[in-house]
Ligand binder design. Structure first.
Ligand code: NI
Ligand code: MN
Length: 226
């Protein structure tokens, strides 16, 4: 399995023979390592309706034919307003089989409104089970103690926001990592703009000091194999 950070909260996930992109925000993202037109995927995962998570979703879906997996409100909206043909509209607590493995949609503490002001349903995170591994993408969220429930079955990787202001910052992200006990933690949702630019060295040092996890800080375009 390979995880590539494309900048901001956008991840390319290659697993089980499939290729998925999480929260595609590339063309208007000053930190992106590629453009939306270069993305080749079969699945698009959307955590919530904010612009910085789905700006390029419809264009990629309509060009590649990829299936958009999101909550019911977003899946319905993108089909209706952008003519996306293949959509899966699920909801919190549910699981579904996708090209990269089994995906469970879990709660996130955030908000969600679609770009035209439409209600975007509940914001979400995802737990991917694939190739015998479990990966938790917290997506945009504050710290919440129910995260501990996601550790059932163990976690190989937790991808946590660290940028503060819109989501958890460094301190709460370290607390989250402590609750999760994943083998590896990767930061996301940081460095894109000044309000969410934080010191990743400070974060990595705190993870190593206060948790049993290994912190892996990628630059946009960099990947890890799990
Ligand atoms: Ni958001
Ligand atoms: Mn965001």
């Amino acid at each position: 399995m390979k995880l590539t950070w494309l900048g901001h909260a956008t991840w390319l996930i290659e697993a089980a023979g499939g290729r998925a992109i999480l929260d595609p925000f590339l063309d208007d993202n000053p930190a992106a390592s590629m453009k939306a037109a270069q993305v080749e995927v079969d699945t698009i995962l959307l955590s919530h309706g904010h612009f910085d998570h789905m700006a390029d979703a419809a264009a990629i879906a309509n060009r590649t034919g990829a299936t958009v997996v999101a909550n019911y409100e977003i899946a319905t909206w993108i089909a209706k307003t952008a003519g996306v043909k293949n959509v899966v509209g699920m909801n919190l607590g549910g699981s579904t089989s996708v090209s990269i493995g089994t995906l469970k949609m879990v709660p996130a503490w955030h908000s969600s409104q679609l770009p035209d002001g439409t209600y975007g349903g509940a914001p979400a995170g995802f737990i991917l089970t694939s190739e015998g591994k479990r990966i938790y993408f917290a997506c945009d969220t504050a710290l919440f103690s129910d995260m501990q429930l996601f550790t059932h079955g163990g976690l190989d990787v937790a991808v946590l926001p660290i940028g503060d202001f819109y989501t958890m910052g460094i301190d709460d992200s370290v607390l989250a990592a402590k609750l999760l006990g994943a083998r590896m933690v990767l930061p996301t949702h940081h460095g894109t703009w000044p309000p969410i630019t934080v010191d990743t060295d400070e974060w990595g040092a705190a993870i190593h000091r206060d948790t049993s996890s290994k912190a892996i800080v990628l630059k946009p375009g960099e990947a890890i194999e799990i």
